[in-house]
Design a protein around this ligand. Structure first.
Ligand SMILES: Cc1cc2nc3c(=O)[nH]c(=O)nc-3n(C[C@H](O)[C@H](O)[C@H](O)COP(=O)(O)OP(=O)(O)OC[C@H]3O[C@@H](n4cnc5c(N)ncnc54)[C@H](O)[C@@H]3O)c2cc1C
Length: 419
């Protein structure tokens, strides 16, 4: 293919038109810079469009301290970016570009239109207003540098020059939406370290096949625990849905971040599930006592139905080798104990997942040690900046990852250079 040297020089080239790249381009242009935004797909913001099931949960109402805590050990890296651009700044920014937002449950913030398309239209309009040059179908393939200074970027067909390049190419999850890990290669070619990458936030597969009989119902407040001696502290609570091949739902998406590294290490991960909204064995016994006092409740199934959907009750009976239609009072002591223990802690074994194909987030990324948190600039290469999911930071479900993308993109777009 013939390479074309682009005669036009830019102040900054942003690679990747996700949440992070677009806001970086807007902020740089607002600072008076001449900006080129490169996107390898034919359209901008494909992943942003798919967020929140098309509704885009763009941030949440947490304080910066609580927000950072939910990202684990690395969370404090975000301090400066959040100070510069927190949830309130994001809501104000959205308002400025004509996107009204609200928090229907008091926590998660969405556009009031309930459509990510509104956000994309607002961002696109702002880029047009500011004169950002946007080029789609341009895949960046190599960073150009002289010594430790950035000179520009090479794409599959062109060469573009600028003293500043912002890499916002995302992670590895949902590759159909554009993120295929190109940015990791671009960065590692100039000396950046990429930490181990694992898929996170995705449905999980189980060894047990009974889940397929129970797939119709969403169960609220299910507690999941890892049943491995060294990892007993790993637990999560939330809504869970059984599937043909395992489990999904908000609690599973969040817990997958913890489970994938263990799966790599142990091959399988045993879990214990409390399906009874946190009732322990004693509380289940008490509950049974009360229910059995009612005339209409006498069989095991009738009793279990007071806690769980029918399909799940039948599966638990099967697991405990207990007849569902038998009168509970006729059940022997051992069988009663078994049933109650199954209700308090149902065993399930995680055996796999669909990998990055279905992962909403990538765990791992460009090592934070080599990025200045006050500017998002590389400590290795002058004029090189990073923002968004490409960095080694990942948060749970609930607007965390987009807020981080917007905040880091905002800071990168400022193109601050500290001595
Ligand atoms: C289905 C789904 C739903 C989600 N829902 C939510 C949610 O509701 N709330 C939330 O906070 N988070 C959500 N997330 C996570 C969130 O979307 C991401 O963390 C965030 O969008 C990352 O933004 P980014 O700008 O860093 O990367 P991306 O949005 O992935 O953008 C990267 C862009 O770079 C382009 N690119 C890649 N390589 C090159 C290259 N070599 N040259 C040029 N361009 C390139 C890609 O095509 C892409 O457009 C969801 C994720 C998925 C997959």
């Amino acid at each position: 293919m013939i390479e074309q040297k682009n005669e036009e020089n830019y102040d900054v080239i942003v690679v990747g038109s996700g949440a992070a790249g677009i806001i970086a381009a807007i902020v740089a242009a607002r600072e008076g810079k001449k900006v080129l935004l490169l996107e390898k797909l034919s359209k901008i913001a494909s992943k942003l469009k798919a967020t929140g099931g098309g509704r885009c949960n763009l941030t949440n109402t947490l304080s910066n301290e609580d927000f950072m805590a939910r990202f684990g050990r690395e969370g404090r890296f975000m301090q400066d970016a959040l100070k510069a651009f927190d949830n309130k700044s994001l809501v104000t920014f959205m308002d400025e570009i004509g996107v009204e937002t609200h928090a229907p449950d008091g926590f998660r913030i969405f556009p009031t239109s309930h459509s990510s398309a509104t956000i994309i239209a607002g961002l696109q309009q702002e880029m047009i207003r500011l004169g950002v040059s946007l080029t789609c179908n341009q895949r960046a393939t190599r960073l150009l540098a002289t010594g430790n200074h950035i000179d520009g970027i090479k794409t599959q067909t062109d060469i573009f020059y600028a003293p500043n390049v912002i890499i916002a190419t995302g992670g590895l999850g949902y590759p159909v939406l554009g993120a295929e890990g190109d940015g990791y290669n671009l960065a590692s070619e100039v000396g950046h370290k990429v930490t181990e990458l694992s898929p996170a936030m995705m449905p999980l597969k189980t060894k047990e096949t009974w889940t397929k009989q129970c797939k119709a119902d969403t169960l609220a407040k299910v507690e999941l625990r890892v049943n491995l001696k060294k990892h007993k502290k790993l637990r999560a609570i939330g809504d869970l849905i059984f599937t043909n091949s395992g489990i999904r739902g908000p609690v599973v998406l969040d817990f997958a971040r913890e489970v994938t590294p263990l799966l790599k290490k142990y091959g399988e991960v045993p879990l214990l599930l409390n399906l009874t909204k946190g009732k322990n064995e004693e509380q289940i016994r008490e509950h049974f006592k009360k229910e059995l006092a009612k005339e209409e409740i006498s069989t095991v199934l009738q009793l279990l139905r007071t806690l769980l959907p029918q399909a799940l009750c039948l599966e638990l009976c099967r697991l405990g080798d207990i007849e569902a239609d038998i009168k509970y009072k006729k059940l022997g002591g051992k069988k009663r104990d078994k049933l109650i223990s199954l209700l308090a802690w149902t065993p399930l074994t995680i055996s796999g997942h669909d990998g990055f194909k279905m992962a909403m987030i990538t765990r791992g990324g460009i090592s934070l040690k080599e990025i200045n948190p006050k500017t998002m600039q590389s400590k290795i290469m002058d004029g090189l900046y990073f923002c968004g999911e490409i960095m080694n930071l990942d948060g749970p479900c609930g607007g965390y990852n987009l807020q981080w993308s917007f905040a880091s993109g905002y800071l990168a777009g400022k193109l601050l250079k500290l001595a």
